[in-house]
Design a protein around this ligand. Structure first.
Ligand code: UT7
Length: 390
């Protein structure tokens, strides 16, 4: 049983990402809407994005793939996870939570699980919640995921939005430690008066999905790009300064900024107002577009793989988006993980197969009990069969 004490630091001990294989370039989009590679690159910096290509690929399956990678690097078993948080605005279902599908597929039998809806700031919100749960002593090990299947809520005939978004997932494992470091400070904020600036109008309880809402395209994401742009440039530098000061650091102590990957011009504006060179910012939006809650953890994984983050480095993450919401965190990176031996991968694979069998067994048990005792049987969820990566 893991030790539970208050005031412990939350260290990132594992990280993983998943992006779908299918690449959609700006030229591909220019064949279906009136746009051009030149316009998209000059206004956003985006060159291509990844989107799911099979109905079996969803926010849950991408989350599971990213989480498996993160657990492998962390060198822990799913049974050690106390809490699964999935930050997303594109859950597989309204109910149940996508986090529960992830918990089940991983066989994280000792974990609670919930989804977190904070738009593109969701992952940093999740990091804040995870770190606070660890500091409170309530949890010791938290899996925080940011994942989106935005291609399913984008109107591919609306050039204002379809050029921006992509799909993907990123995950980190947070674990409590008496060593200083890890998540040093966090900030979460909201201004709900701007809720209508980035919205999916129908499908919730205010306007349930009907034939009419679908005919009017109200199930697609709508955005006032200019206003969101203004808001982003207003909050990004302020949030970064605040969170750095709260960590007892100065801007000079920060080794790398990982901003939400929405628009290169927004990142450049933040760099200008912070008085920092662009090489202090990690940018990968040219390859993936805006993947909302997935953008920061996917960028974090790529920054770690490219050795842009080294042990002891201070990293600032800043997110902003629908809500309106914004959030920031300062993290001190831990020690590098030893390489994962092949036997460990095999063992993990067997563990996930066993988790799948256990889950099917429980479903069967419920159906048999329902048949024997005559209670109504809800239709079984087809979760797409788990990991899209295998
Ligand atoms: O994750 C958080 C969510 N969202 C964001 O961060 C988005 C923030 N906003 C933005 O990134 C930018 O506002 C956009 C990239 C969405 C738009 O850039 P902009 O410089 O604000 O362009 P605009 O909306 O002012 O449009 C300029 C022109 C317009 O034509 P007119 O009226 O000047 O003739 C648009 O109709 O560009 C036109 N336009 C396009 N042209 C070619 C709009 N979209 C496109 C397009 N291709 N895809």
């Amino acid at each position: 049983m893991a030790e539970r004490r208050t005031g412990r630091s939350a260290h990132i001990i594992g990280w993983g990402k998943y992006v779908p294989a299918k690449v959609v370039t700006n030229d591909d989009l220019a064949r279906s809407v009136e746009t051009s590679d030149e316009w998209i690159v000059s206004r956003t910096g985006i060159r291509e994005r990844r989107i799911v290509s099979s109905p079996k690929e969803t926010t849950a399956t991408m989350s599971i793939a990213a989480a498996k990678e993160a657990l492998e690097i962390a060198g822990i078993t799913p049974g050690e996870i106390d809490l699964v948080i999935v930050a997303t605005l594109t859950p597989d279902y309204s109910i149940p939570a996508t986090a529960c599908l992830v918990q089940d597929a991983l066989g994280a039998e000792n974990a609670g699980a919930f989804d977190l809806s904070a738009g593109c700031s969701g992952f940093v919100y999740g990091l804040a919640m995870g770190a606070q749960a660890i500091a409170s002593g309530a949890q010791n090990c938290v899996l925080v995921i940011g994942a989106e299947t935005l291609s399913r809520i984008v109107n591919w005939h609306d050039r204002d939005t379809c050029i921006l978004f992509g799909d993907g997932a990123g995950a980190v494992v947070l674990r409590g430690s008496d060593e200083p470091g890890g998540v040093l400070s966090t900030l979460i904020r909201s201004d709900g008066s701007g809720g209508d600036l980035l919205i999916v109008p129908a499908g919730g309880c205010r306007q349930p999905a009907t034939l009419d809402t679908v005919a009017m395209g109200l199930h697609y994401v709508r955005m006032n790009g200019k206003e969101v742009y203004r808001f982003a440039t207003r909050v990004m530098d302020k949030a970064a300064r605040q969170v750095v000061a709260d960590a007892g650091l100065t801007m000079d102590d920060i080794d790398l900024y990982i901003p939400h990957q929405a628009n290169m011009r927004i990142i450049q504006a933040a760099a200008r107002s912070l008085g920092l060179p662009m090489d202090k910012f990690f940018v990968n939006l040219d390859k993936y577009g805006n993947t909302s809650a997935a953008s920061i953890p996917v960028a974090l994984c790529e920054a770690a793989a490219a050795e842009r983050i080294r042990p002891g480095d201070h990293v600032v993450m800043v997110g902003f988006g629908a809500g309106l919401t914004w959030a920031a965190a300062v993290v001190q990176w831990g020690v590098p993980r030893p390489p994962v031996p092949a036997w460990r991968r095999t063992l993990d694979g067997l563990r996930y197969i066993a988790a799948g069998i256990r889950s099917q067994g429980r479903r069967l048990q419920r159906r048999v009990a329902a048949w024997l005792f005559g209670s109504p049987i809800p239709p079984t969820i087809d979760d797409g069969g788990g990991d899209p990566a295998v």
